[in-house]
Structure formats: C-alpha cells, structure tokens
Design a protein around this ligand. Structure first.
Ligand code: ATP
Ligand code: MG
Length: 364
C-alpha cells in the first residue's frame, strides 16, 4: 500500500528544500518563486526503531521500512483555483494524493522573498486553504448540477449524493474544509470519486529558522493555535538545516544533531506524522533475507494483510504464523517465542494487530 502525500504552500516557503532533504533528490530549490515547474515525487522510508530491534535478532541481508511518497508541487497563489500562477495544473496533482502536508513559512529573513509581503503564517494558511476550498467548490458544484438532474428522475443514489454535495457546498462557501464536516462513512463513499482536496487529512509543517528549533517563535505559536482549533498536527522543522543534515554521512549527522540538541532529524517526525495521518498500522515480516515493515488498514484480517505482499498470498491463504512484536523481542526471535508458547497459528478471521510479526502459509 503506497501512501502519497502532497506538499502544498505559498511559493518560496521552503517546500522544495524540505522535499530535497526528504528524498535527497537534487531538484531545483533556488530562492526564486515558481522554480519548481514539474511535480516531483520521492519515495521515503518511514523511520521505525522496531525494524532495527528485529534486525538485531534476525540479522537479515536487508531492512525495508514502510514507505511514504511525497509529491512536491510549485507554490499556490491567491487565484490558483481560477488558474492564477501555475494554479490548476498543480491542484490536480494534489487531488491524486492521500494526505496533505501544508508548509508555512515561520522564519524572518529579508533575503528570501515573500510573495505575499511580510511573514504572516496565519494569512498564508488562509490564502492556501481558500484556494483549496474554491477548487473543491468548483468540483462539487459541477457534480451537484449533474446529480440534481438524475435525482429528479427519482434515482435514490443520486438523491443521497445530492444531499451530501449540498452540505459540502455550504461548507466550502465559507472557505471551510469538507474534512471538518464530520461526514459518516456512507456519506464519504458517495463523494469519494471527487477526490476532494479539503477532505484529505492535513498536517501543518512550520518551517522555522535555526533559532526557532530551540525557542518557539511567535509564528510557530500562531500556527499551533490555529491548528489546535482545526484538530490538526503541527510539526516544526527547519528545512534549511534538514537539507544540510541530509548531505552528511551517518557519523557527522550524529555529531551535528547533538550540537543542535536534537535526537534525530526533524524529517523523521515529518515522515512519521504523515504516515500516522492516515490511521494505518504496521506489521512485520522477519526472515534472514529481509526484515520488512508492511502497511495495512486498521481492522485488516490476516488474508488482507497477506494480500499487501501479494494477491496470491491472499487468495491461497491458509494460516498466519503470528508473534506479537513485544514477544518477538522479549523471547529473542521465533524459536524463543515458540518455547514460551507465544507463537500462534491464526486463521482467516484473525484481525492483525499493530506490530505483529507474521509469516503466511498459503497454497499456490
Ligand atoms: N528554514 C529556513 N530558513 C532559512 N531559509 C530557508 C528555510 N527554508 C527554506 N529556506 C530558503 O528559502 C528559499 C525558498 O525555498 P524553496 O525553493 O524550498 O521554496 P518552495 O516553497 O519550494 O518555492 P516554490 O513554490 O517557488 O517552488 C530557498 O532559498 C531556501 O534555501
Ligand atoms: Mg519548490
């Protein structure tokens, strides 16, 4: 299951700098608005210390973390939904993602142009959120016009859809996100095909300067207050420093982080927060060839979890040899867990738990 996360924000707030650090990809990140023309996609491993703990026991040839795909797009400006700047083209790239990371500039620096004037993350967030809401309003209004015609013929599904679309229109008209409507699962399903941007889970990234890493600045505090009202998470990060850290080899990285008083790169928090946005869970496979993290929906059954590896595993599913992560570590691997009676054979109705270490038996 690939998770795709779009990076949005005004031009020149540090999106590409962050993206570069995330992927160590060498794409243009000059001090120039609109320097990103094509969308850029990078696949990033989700840091998970449990993988290292498993690998210390199994000693595999390789370790494969779960992955998040980040999509870097050019900055949005006021009017983007109506085609201003490089508007619409970029909005369509965000529609294809599962989650949104919204980068806001939370550092003062006269050398770095701010397209909307001075540094004011709350105003900036307002501009972006308004554009995203307008883009959705456009899709929803067109869909409502079509649904209204069909609903007139007495079509029950179209009538139900129209009801939900009307709720969305009322919400988006006030520049509020569909996410905040609290639609139930059925209502969500009726409009899933529209891929509404404001319905996707959202995370704010406050791009602070180096000083802002140790002492929260006024910009970050303001973003935190806004996010708290929206029940959204904020991850503070200094994209410029992260870009430097990403260039270093492992030994230098540790020293550099220690000097900054950090335990790990801020990027790790960004990646984990993006991964957690979707409320997914992780299970592991642990063999001498590889120790690997896999992503499944909460509530997935053992065959569904097997299907993430290969559809044949799901079709031919027989049993899942199962050890909880805690038991696997406590009893130092499979044989220890077996001796302690912590090794289980689970059937097709088993609901996979966070951290389960699984080995599937299947027919081909
Ligand atoms: N935390 C930071 N502190 C200082 N400078 C920063 C920070 N983050 C980014 N910058 C600088 O800001 C400038 C703009 O960054 P970047 O190109 O990443 O912006 P962008 O959001 O991708 O812009 P666009 O929308 O135009 O593609 C760069 O010169 C970058 O080095
Ligand atoms: Mg950019």
């Amino acid at each position: 299951m690939g998770i795709k996360c779009g990076i949005v924000g005004l031009p020149n707030v540090g999106k590409s700098t962050l993206f570069n650090a995330l992927t160590k990809a060498q794409i243009a990140a000059e001090n120039y608005p609109f320097c990103t023309i094509e969308p850029n996609v990078g696949v990033v491993g989700v840091p998970d210390p449990r993988l290292d703990a498993l690998a210390a026991i199994v000693k595999p040839q390789r370790i494969l973390p779960a992955a998040v795909e980040f999509v870097d797009i050019a900055g949005l400006v006021a009017g983007a939904s109506k085609g201003e700047g490089l508007g619409n083209q970029f909005l369509s790239h965000i529609r294809e993602t599962d989650a949104i990371t919204h980068v806001t500039r939370c550092f003062a620096n006269d050398d770095i142009i701010h397209v909307a004037g001075g540094v004011d993350p709350i105003r900036d967030i307002g501009i972006i959120n308004t554009e995203l809401a307008l883009a959705d309003l456009d899709s929803v209004t067109r869909a409502a016009d079509r649904a209204a015609k069909v609903a007139k013929t007495g079509d029950k599904a179209a009538q139900a859809r129209l009801e939900v679309l009307k709720l969305c229109i009322a919400q988006l008209d006030q520049a509020l996100p569909v996410r905040a409507l609290g639609l139930d699962a059925d209502q969500k399903a009726t409009i899933r095909d529209l891929h509404l941007i404001t319905a996707k889970p959202l995370l704010y990234i406050a791009n602070v300067d180096e000083a802002g890493l140790s002492v929260e600045n006024e910009y970050l505090k303001a973003v935190r207050e806004l996010a708290a009202r929206e029940h959204a998470e904020v991850v503070p990060v200094c994209a410029a420093i992260e870009a430097e850290i990403a260039q270093l080899d492992e030994a230098d990285k540790i020293d550099f982080l220690k000097d900054l008083g950090l335990e790990e790169p801020g990027l790790n928090r960004v990646i984990r927060a993006a991964y957690n946005l979707l409320g997914l869970q992780t299970y592991f496979t642990a063999g001498v060839q590889e120790v690997r993290a896999w992503t499944v929906k909460v509530g997935a059954t053992a065959p569904q979890a097997a299907g993430v590896i290969h559809t044949d595993f799901e079709k031919g599913f027989i049993r899942a040899e199962t050890i909880s992560y805690a038991d696997y570590i406590s009893y130092k691997g499979e044989s220890g867990a077996k001796e302690a009676g912590k090794w289980r054979l689970e059937g097709k109705d088993y609901i996979v738990k966070e951290g389960d270490v699984l080995h599937f038996r299947f027919n081909v």
